[in-house]
Structures are given as structure tokens and as C-alpha cells.
Write a protein that binds this ligand. Structure first.
Ligand SMILES: C[S@@+](CC[C@H](N)C(=O)[O-])C[C@H]1O[C@@H](n2cnc3c(N)ncnc32)[C@H](O)[C@@H]1O
Length: 243
């Protein structure tokens, strides 16, 4: 019996990782196309992706996140576009962004407006968005949640907020390289930088991105937070307390 068969959760040998997809471009294609739902990490663990959820309509569990959106909303890493679709149905203007051609064509088939691009690249109406969404694990995009939160904050208008979904357990965070595997354990796609983060680390990271964690919602299986742009006085106050 092979080592892989004996230890199905440990399919990847740490230290042998060659990242070849700089920002995860196309790295989720197999999951988006229904050929994989296993994300394997460079520490040997594998996690199951909720790929079916991405294709379904937004559910009851998404409602808290959706209810926080009152104005123009940019959904970073929108996948097939369920959140954008739900916002438009609720009369909130919204736009998806995704670097995967598969996700972009799925959005278009659904009639959802989408920009094909990298969340760290040029995006429309930068600095004018009322809300930026990082739903369903997307705080992991790029493998550096602080850089991603700073990027999200830079897209907001003065009163804007970032709406983030985090992990539910107190598992802290993980950052490294990841890739998709099919059901028989074969790699599908390229290694790419990714991260996981639970709520306990989010407030600290938010401060590093000039954001404040102002609200939290713990559902039965999912966890969300609202991060608002900090005012100059909040930032000054914290600066003087810290000096
Ligand atoms: C977890 S899935 C999307 C789930 C979706 N937010 C939802 O709630 O249904 C992650 C998505 O992020 C996209 N993605 C990953 N890195 C990206 C990047 N640097 N720029 C844009 N999209 C990215 C992937 O192509 C994929 O569609």
C-alpha cells in the first residue's frame, strides 16, 4: 500500500512545492468546473472546499453578509457570482471580480456583471466602493491577509466597509502554498499562495490595514465580520496611546 493510500489526508510532501501560479490565476478552475473539491496545503493537510455552494443561489447563511451591503459593492474573487446576483436582486449595485476565466464565464452565463482581473490589479471605481466583500475563504487570496485587507481598504470610499468571512474555529491562521487535488489524489492545476484565518486574528490585522472591526456575526457554521475604515482621529488616538 502506498504512503498516500495509508494516509489519505497527507498527500503532499512539505518542502517540495514549486509555486507556478503567481496569484492563483486559474488555480481554482478545477473546483469551479466541478472536477475537484479538495484543497491541499503544503503542510500536508487537505480541506474540503464548499464548491457546490459557490454555484448555488446565496443561502440563509449568507444573509448577514448581504444585509450589510447598502451601496455599491465589489465582490473580490466572486467565483460564479452568487453574492453579486443576490445583491442585484435586492436592488444593491454590485460587481464581481475574478481572475479565473471559468468563473468569469459562469458569471456571464448567470447574467452577473464581472471584471476579469486580479484583485491586486487595476479595478474600476477604485476608492469609490461602499463595500468590498471577501466571502467564503477569500481572505486567503494571495496568501497574505494583511496585504489583501490593505488592498480592499484602498478600494473603499471614506465611509466604506470590508465584509469578511473567516474560519469558525480558534485555529489561528495558516499561510502557505496550496493546490487542488481530484478525488483520486492527483494534482489538478498549479500551486498558489493561500491563507486561512479565524476571527481571533482579524482585529489585529484590520488595524494594520487602517480598518476597525466594528461588528461580528457567528452563524451555526460560518463566521463574518464588518471592518470599517478608521477615521483620522481613531488612527491618531491609537498612535498616541501606542507611543
Ligand atoms: C473560494 S472561491 C469563490 C467563492 C465565492 N466568493 C463565493 O462565495 O461563492 C475563490 C475565488 O477567488 C478567485 N481568485 C483567487 N485569487 C484571485 C485573485 N488574485 N484575483 C481575483 N480572483 C481570485 C478564484 O478564481 C475563485 O473563483
Amino acid at each position: 500500500m502506498s504512503a498516500t493510500a495509508r494516509h489519505p489526508a497527507y498527500l503532499v510532501r512539505p518542502g517540495l512545492i514549486r509555486p507556478v501560479a503567481p496569484a492563483g490565476h486559474g488555480a481554482f478552475d478545477a473546483a469551479l468546473a466541478g472536477r475537484s473539491s479538495r484543497l491541499c496545503l503544503d503542510d500536508g493537510r487537505c480541506v474540503t472546499l464548499p464548491a457546490r455552494r459557490w454555484h448555488a443561489a446565496a443561502s440563509k447563511a449568507d444573509q448577514w453578509l448581504l444585509r450589510q451591503c447598502h451601496g455599491p459593492t465589489l465582490d473580490l474573487g466572486c467565483g460564479p457570482g452568487r453574492m453579486v446576483e443576490a445583491l442585484l436582486t435586492a436592488g444593491v449595485s454590485a460587481l464581481g471580480v475574478d481572475c479565473s476565466p471559468v468563473a468569469v464565464s459562469q458569471c456571464r452565463a448567470r447574467g452577473v456583471p464581472v471584471v476579469h482581473g486580479d484583485v491586486f490589479g487595476p479595478l474600476p471605481r477604485s476608492g469609490e466602493w461602499q463595500h468590498v466583500l471577501l466571502a467564503d475563504g477569500n481572505i486567503g487570496i494571495g496568501g497574505d491577509p494583511l496585504a489583501l485587507l490593505r488592498r480592499a481598504a484602498s478600494l473603499l470610499n471614506r465611509d466604506g466597509s470590508v465584509l469578511v468571512e473567516t474560519g469558525t474555529s480558534a485555529s489561528g491562521w495558516w499561510s502557505g502554498q496550496a493546490c487542488l487535488h481530484d478525488d483520486s489524489g492527483g494534482v489538478v492545476g498549479s500551486w498558489f499562495p493561500w491563507a486561512f484565518l479565524d476571527l481571533s486574528r482579524l482585529a489585529d490585522l484590520a488595524r494594520g490595514a487602517e480598518l476597525s472591526m466594528v461588528d461580528v456575526h457567528r452563524g451555526s457554521s460560518r463566521c463574518f465580520a464588518r471592518l470599517s475604515r478608521r477615521t483620522a482621529s481613531e488612527a491618531d488616538g491609537l498612535g498616541s496611546r501606542g507611543s
